[in-house]
Every structure is written in structure tokens, then in C-alpha cells.
Design a protein around this ligand. Structure first.
Ligand code: ADP
Length: 225
């Protein structure tokens, strides 16, 4: 289990994470939903060990980052590196040799071409493939459905289901509630650096209604259409 206790993060004087406590169990898929700026990416960066923080993040692993695959919202690639070379780099980082990338290329990516020439959706699928091939135990997928076509969305949902079946811990974020409600066992609503709601499946409808009210409220009426 990954246990986060009283996680705090400041950028200058601004407190972005205000004492977050959460637990993530293997074989479960967790959703983190919240408006832009709520602190989702900062939370993920802290779990992935990419940022310094206050509080505690514990896990059963010697070093969590060595068992964790992090799909960033907008994956970045070095210039002059092909898709195949990128996958190879990720595998070498985990000591995995001789992968047959072509037979596992389920998104039909042009692996011989430079990754920087890929479309936004292709870049996301390549980055996802890389963390999957690493056989990580924990996956953080920041907006995995954003910018990819509907077929790939369905494929990514199926991959997440398979990861759950294999006992992996999966944490995904989205600002679109419906993409999470189909996939997740538990959803955390993040607001201004705190977890303001924790919902299990039977509470999703109420959470979604609350979010809608929060976003729309009486605002549309102000347009006087
Ligand atoms: P989300 O992923 O939910 O959209 P972020 O975690 O990206 O939210 O951002 C949370 C808050 O932290 C925002 O107010 C954002 O402006 C601020 N922030 C994020 N990264 C930095 C940074 N490197 N320096 C200063 N402020 C940052």
C-alpha cells in the first residue's frame, strides 16, 4: 500500500498542497478529479519523486520511483530519438532486454519515426507503451484520455482494467468526471490543494451532481439566452 500522510507543497509563498492524506491499495484504480489548478499534477509529481515536499509518502518498495510508471499530461521527447529507441531506453532503465516491440505495438505507432514528429495522441500512446513495457507495479496516468482518439480511449480503458486484474496500483486524473466513473474503484475530488470528497462507486452520482453544481451553478442563466 502507498500511504500519503499530511503532504504539503509550497511554490514560493503559495501553498499548493495543504496537508493531503491518502492511501492506495494494489489491485485498485483510483481517480483524482478537479479543476485546472487544483493541484493534481503537483500531487503526482510528489508521489513520483519529481518534486520536494513536506509530509510523508511510504510504500512497500525500496524506492517507489523504481517501480512507478508516470504518464505525464504532455510527454516530452528528446530530438532525434525514434519511437523504438524511446521504448528501448525505458526498458534498459529497468534492466529489461530484447523486447519485441513490433509484436506488442497495439497502437500501431510508426516506431521507426522520430517521436518529436508524432501527433499529440501518438506521443501519449508511445509514452504509455513505454511505462507499460517496464512492468511497473504502480502507474500514475495524468489525463491519459486527453488528446487521443476514441478507439485509443477504449483501448486505454481496457489496459487499465487489465492492470487492475494483475494487482497493480493505478492512479489516474481527469477533469472529465465520466471518464473516471467508468474506470475507477474510488474517486477523490481535489479542490484548492485539499481532498474535498472521497467517493466509492455508489456515491459517484452524488459527487458528479455536486461537481456540476459547483461548475455551472447559476452561471448559464447570467447569459440570459
Ligand atoms: P492541476 O494539475 O490540478 O491542474 P497543478 O498541480 O498543475 O494543478 O497546479 C496547482 C497550482 O500550483 C496552480 O495554482 C499552479 O499555478 C501552481 N504551480 C504548479 N506548478 C508550479 C511551479 N512550478 N511554480 C509555481 N507554481 C506552480
Amino acid at each position: 500500500m502507498i500511504a500519503i500522510t499530511n503532504l504539503r507543497k509550497h511554490y514560493g509563498k503559495k501553498e499548493v498542497l495543504k496537508g493531503i492524506s491518502l492511501e492506495f491499495e494494489p489491485g485498485n484504480v483510483y481517480g483524482v478529479v478537479g479543476k485546472n489548478g487544483a493541484g493534481k499534477t503537483t500531487l503526482f509529481n510528489c508521489i513520483a519523486g519529481l518534486d520536494r515536499y513536506g509530509g510523508d509518502i511510504s510504500s512497500p518498495y525500496d524506492e517507489l520511483k523504481n517501480h512507478l510508471g508516470f504518464l505525464e499530461t504532455n510527454p516530452q521527447f528528446m530530438s532525434l530519438i525514434t519511437g523504438r529507441e524511446y521504448l528501448k531506453l525505458y526498458c534498459i532503465a529497468r534492466g529489461i532486454k530484447d523486447e519485441d516491440f513490433d509484436s506488442r505495438n497495439i497502437f500501431a505507432l510508426p516506431l521507426g519515426e522520430y517521436a518529436t514528429s508524432y501527433s499529440t495522441g501518438m506521443k501519449k500512446k508511445l509514452a504509455l507503451m513505454a511505462v507499460l513495457l517496464q512492468k511497473n507495479e504502480v502507474f500514475i496516468l495524468d489525463e491519459p484520455f486527453n488528446g487521443v482518439d476514441i478507439q485509443s480511449n477504449i483501448m486505454i480503458s481496457a489496459i487499465i482494467d487489465e492492470l487492475r486484474r494483475r494487482g497493480k496500483t493505478v492512479i489516474i486524473s481527469s477533469h472529465i468526471f465520466s471518464t473516471l466513473s467508468d474506470t475507477c474503484d474510488k474517486i477523490f475530488l481535489m479542490k484548492d490543494g485539499v481532498i474535498s470528497k472521497r467517493a466509492t462507486k455508489e456515491q459517484y452520482a452524488a459527487l458528479e451532481a455536486e461537481m456540476m453544481n459547483d461548475i455551472v451553478g447559476g452561471e448559464v442563466e447570467r447569459l440570459m439566452l
